[in-house]
Ligand binder design. Structure first.
Ligand SMILES: C[S@@+](CC[C@H](N)C(=O)[O-])C[C@H]1O[C@@H](n2cnc3c(N)ncnc32)[C@H](O)[C@@H]1O
Length: 301
């Protein structure tokens, strides 16, 4: 299959010829090192029974690498002009479906047809089908894309994404560090996450101001199965970390306002051995899981 050459000059010529320039509000920083495009596709360890979602087709360079290995690729691009360029670049690839539009309906949900299309592609592949996200994500929608996908049925078996390094650090953060947040806990409570490679600004065109990272997040089914109500868990974790540096008790009391009395909160915290000085940011992911589940049971949910 024809492989788009991937240099800044090639990309700028390609866009200029089409009368276009990169649009910064869409996070259009294209990867110009083909080895790194390959690294992303290779890190996903793609197989013929994989259905891959890509958010941000761009001109289709990563898309074509994915399409060489996966059974089916669904790639969404918000920019009508890039969608058009990618359609030309990827013409003749029967396993690629390109969609023009926003991958998100809003911050809290994906576009309506996305999971339906993924489900159809998985059905065509059969019982062995896996679902993956592989993408050089636009920086402004990276968190909602990753977070929302983990609520879907099925969730992705694996997500390999290029994102801002700062966000990758937050996702992988450990307790008692400044990066440890509701997002770290949400992702780590259902996935095993690791940074594959840190990428400096030079490997993108145009160059972003900050470092990026290739992050791999593999779904850990037993971790996911240990959370009976994912929505409850995610929302409660967000509430617990709303004022990260406050004492745990005061965070739990405000998170449970109107749902649990202070005495009930104290009873749960006492039973779990959390003293008055505990802070949410000191608790491990497993301790947070146990705490949230105890609150859910105390609420009678
Ligand atoms: C970082 S670029 C990656 C492009 C290409 N995949 C690459 O690796 O070079 C992100 C792409 O996502 C697109 N994009 C931005 N916001 C989007 C959204 N909400 N839904 C779908 N695509 C979006 C941008 O227009 C841009 O093409």
């Amino acid at each position: 299959m024809n492989q788009p050459r991937q240099t800044a000059t090639y990309l700028s010529k390609r866009l200029t010829a089409a009368g276009l320039r990169p649009v910064s509000k869409y996070g259009q920083n294209f990867l110009i090192d083909l080895n790194l495009v390959n690294l992303i596709a290779d890190s996903a360890e793609l197989r013929a029974n994989d259905v891959v979602l890509e958010v941000g087709t761009g001109v289709g360079s990563l898309t074509s690498q994915i399409a060489d290995k996966a059974g089916a690729v669904l790639s969404v691009e918000i920019d009508q002009n890039l969608h058009q360029l990618a359609s030309e670049e990827l013409a003749g690839r029967p396993n690629v479906k390109l969609i023009q539009g926003d991958a998100l309906r809003n911050k809290n949900s994906l576009r309506d047809d996305l999971m339906e299309l993924i489900g159809e592609a998985m059905q065509r592949i059969g019982d062995e089908a896996r679902f993956l996200l592989v993408a050089n994500l636009p920086y402004n929608v990276a968190t909602p894309i990753i977070s929302n996908l983990l609520h879907q049925t099925p969730p992705p078996d694996s997500m390999v994404v290029t994102i801002q390094k700062e966000l990758a650090d937050r996702i992988c953060a450990v307790p008692s560090t400044k990066d440890y947040s509701a997002l770290s806990i949400w992702i780590q409570s259902v996935c095993d996450a690791q940074i594959v490679r840190v990428l400096g600004p030079k490997v993108f065109w145009p160059r972003p101001k900050v470092d990026s990272a290739v992050l791999k997040m593999d779904l850990n089914q037993s971790k996911r199965d240990s959370i009976p109500d994912l929505r409850y868990f995610h929302e409660t974790v967000r509430a617990l970390f709303f004022h990260r540096r406050k004492f745990l008790r005061s965070n739990v009391v405000s998170a449970m306002k109107g749902r649990l009395e202070k005495a009930q909160v104290d009873e749960v915290l006492h039973q779990l051995g959390h003293d008055e000085d505990s802070r949410a940011e000191q608790l491990s992911v497993d301790e947070i899981k146990t705490l949230v589940e105890s609150l859910r049971i105390a609420e009678g949910k």
